[in-house]
Design a protein around this ligand. Structure first.
Ligand code: UD1
Ligand code: MG
Length: 458
């Protein structure tokens, strides 16, 4: 990868940035127009991230952030942990953006509603400015989102540096989620779940989960950040799946904004908030994907996987759509459940489970785990049954002993189903799958919800 930008690249990025600055300057003339400002900021995030990935690649390699691309003929070393660049640009943009969503409130509060002839009432004279009317709770949500994401980025960089043990790193997202949960508690505090109609005779209309709801949200942040990291290992898949999920959430958010729903709708504000967090994320991820797509010039690192997962968790919790989020993470959930035997060491788990590159054909095949010791009888039987249902590729010797099996990941399963293929086709296939499952999930969420719930919260 050349460390400097080509002239067309430089010119395009420069023009894009200039246009974005122009739009931003314009928003300050009106009421701040935060959504338009957020789009402009996302354009800036894209340009900045794209250029920085290029400029910093070699510097990252020098300090040891590098990895070998194992699915290529030559195992060339390329920069790793580029997710850290994304995350820092993202956090920087979120911070600079802070004044925009509150622009109207700040202007109204500091200038007497924009009308200097307004008569000052006594209380106003005592407290000075009208800032006590400022929506502090919204600002608190926004700041807690930044704090939680920062916490997870620290974990990610630590993991890329030191390969932190699995049992240690699962807890860090839960700690990172504490600011978020406190804000949820103070600001929203709803811990009830609407009970599906068939269960209502037993549980009533609403079921209060109480403190378990907070456990559920903490688990969600652990799950979403780790589940992306284990659906990984081929060029473009980590960023690709995150982009698909982000775009699907954006699509769902847009359904809640005018002209699709009349304003003011109770959910409009939380879905706007969700867009402010996601648009810059899409900007930085797109810049990364352009460098990480087959043949990859950089790796994203664990930092990116955790960062992306936490952005979704924060977005889903503060935007009050955590159950919809789970529908969009179904492929990740399947991969997690499917991986569980290896994750919990019931079946041996090699350090890497990414597909095997066949140097003769240039195609990827499923990677295998060899069983040096015979497996216990019941486990071997289960594996053979999974093989019969084409949910695994198991190899047995002449005595019927299981000697090896494909690794337990969705990526390998895809290769078991569709046969060997080139890396980019594999990644595209999985991304199409993610999109289709997500769209189906959203369809079920909004249409079928009426079958099990009395109303859709549209
Ligand atoms: C997780 C997976 C592991 C998988 C790895 C690949 C589990 C429990 N762990 O481990 O099975 O092999 O991700 O990311 O499921 N790499 C490539 N091509 C790519 C991306 C990565 O060859 O497109 C290789 C590079 O050598 C890179 C390394 O994978 O340096 C990164 O692995 P790392 O993220 O450290 O692995 P884990 O997240 O621990
Ligand atoms: Mg990883």
């Amino acid at each position: 990868m050349s460390p400097s930008l080509g002239s067309t690249e430089a010119l395009s990025l420069f023009s894009l940035s200039l246009a974005c600055f122009g739009i931003l300057a314009n928003t300050l003339q009106g009421e701040g127009e935060p959504l338009i400002a957020s789009i402009a900021f996302s354009g800036l995030a894209f340009s900045l991230c794209y250029a920085l990935i290029r400029w910093l690649g070699n510097a990252f390699m020098r300090v040891g952030f590098k990895g070998r691309d194992m699915a290529k003929l030559k195992h060339v070393e390329i920069p790793e942990t580029m997710g850290a660049v994304c995350a820092l640009v993202y956090l920087f943009i979120l911070m600079v953006f802070i004044p925009w969503p509150f622009y109207k409130d700040i202007v109204a509060a500091t200038s007497g509603g924009g009308n200097r002839d307004v008569v000052q009432v006594l209380q106003q004279v005592e407290t000075g400015r009208l800032l006590h009317k400022f929506p502090h709770s919204k600002l608190a949500s926004y700041l807690s989102a930044i704090l939680s994401i920062q916490c997870i980025v620290l974990l990610g960089i630590g993991d890329d540096l030191f390969d932190i043990r699995w049992r240690h790193k699962v807890l860090i997202p839960a700690v990172g989620a504490i600011p978020l949960l406190i804000v949820y508690f103070v600001d929203f505090g709803v811990t009830q779940m609407v009970v599906p109609i068939p269960l209502r005779p037993y549980l009533g209309e609403l079921f209060d989960l109480g403190w378990l709801y907070y456990v559920y949200m903490a688990l969600l942040s652990i799950f979403s950040s780790n589940s992306i990291n284990i659906l990984a290992g081929i060029n473009g898949i980590e960023v690709g799946q995150s982009l698909v999920i982000a775009l699907l959430i954006v699509f769902n958010d847009i359904l809640y904004l005018s002209p699709f729903t009349p304003y003011p709708h109770p959910a409009t504000d939380s879905h706007l908030f969700s867009l402010y967090l996601l648009l810059p994320f899409i900007g930085v991820s797109l810049a990364l994907l352009m460098h990480n797509w087959y043949p990859a010039k950089v790796f994203v690192g664990d930092t990116y996987c955790y960062f992306a997962g936490m952005v979704f968790a924060v977005d889903g919790i503060l935007g009050h759509f955590s159950k919809t989020l789970i529908l969009l993470l179904l492929p990740q959930a399947f991969n997690f459940v499917y991986s569980a035997p290896q994750l919990f060491h019931i079946i041996p788990c090699p350090r890497h489970r990414l597909p095997h590159f066949n140097a003769r054909t240039g195609l990827l095949e499923c990677s295998r785990v060899e069983f040096k010791k015979p497996l216990p009888g019941p486990i071997a039987e289960v594996l053979k049954i999974l093989h019969r249902f084409r949910l695994l590729d198991v190899e047995t010797d002449e005595t019927g002993q299981v000697v090896s099996s494909s690794n337990f990941t969705l990526i390998n399963l895809w290769l078991v189903w569709f046969g060997p293929m080139r890396e980019d086709r594999l990644a595209s296939g999985l991304l199409v799958f993610q999109t289709v499952v997500g769209l189906l999930g959203l369809f079920i969420r909004h249409r079928m919800a009426l079958l099990v719930f009395a109303q859709d919260n549209w």
